[in-house]
Design a protein around this ligand. Structure first.
Ligand code: ADP
Length: 179
């Protein structure tokens, strides 16, 4: 399933899929603060990339919530991995700021490294328990406003693991575009 939307000169795609198989300048990892493989999408990315990824991550000294760090992609089709740590959902207003920062800082890191296409998973909505409806609005609003200012990023893909998440993101996009 796939939806495409043009934001100025760039394309925003919402699709179902496995992010470890995406071709992109960078795929984003919903990482933990230690940048260790763990489970979920992070475990899958480390598994597909191979042990070199964890070796490089160990040298980075972890990552704060809302921040982003760049590594190679190793055995992945993607050339780079951008590791960002989303918030563990608590219901506080700072959750929204942290999640926004995760998307924003990942996009900024891509732009600064001349990466033109980037694929995101649904950050924080798995083990970190962020409600997908709320998270999708923050994710898409942050991506759209970034693309409006940064035409150097040509393509952003939201890669959703389930059809349910795909529909959540698709309806959120429709809602935002109506505003
Ligand atoms: P977090 O700890 O940030 O919540 P998770 O890895 O638990 O991260 O989940 C984030 C999202 O990634 C969830 O929506 C989950 O369904 C999704 N996910 C898990 N594996 C993959 C994959 N291979 N490709 C894309 N998304 C995935």
């Amino acid at each position: 399933m796939l939806t495409k939307h043009k934001i100025k000169k760039s394309i925003l795609e919402i699709k179902t899929g496995d992010i470890t198989e995406e071709e992109a300048g960078a795929i984003v990892n919903a990482a933990n603060r230690e940048l260790s493989p763990g489970g979920g999408v992070s475990g899958a990315i480390h598994e597909a990339s191979g042990p070199e990824l964890w070796k490089e991550c160990k040298k980075l000294g972890g990552c704060d919530t809302g921040e982003a760090k760049l590594t190679g992609g190793y055995k992945l089709k993607a050339k780079h991995v951008i590791h960002t740590v989303g918030p563990i959902y608590s219901g506080k207003t700072s959750d929204g700021t942290d999640l926004k920062n995760s998307y924003y800082n990942s996009l900024l890191l891509a732009s600064r490294n001349n990466i033109k296409s980037i694929a995101f998973p649904s950050i924080s909505t798995g083990v970190f328990s962020y409600p997908a409806g709320e998270a999708s609005l923050i994710a898409l609003k942050t991506i759209i406003s970034f693309l409006e200012e940064h035409p150097e990023i040509e393509l952003v893909k939201m890669v959703l693991f389930t059809e349910r998440d795909y529909h959540t993101y698709k309806s959120s996009l429709e809602m935002i575009l109506k505003e």
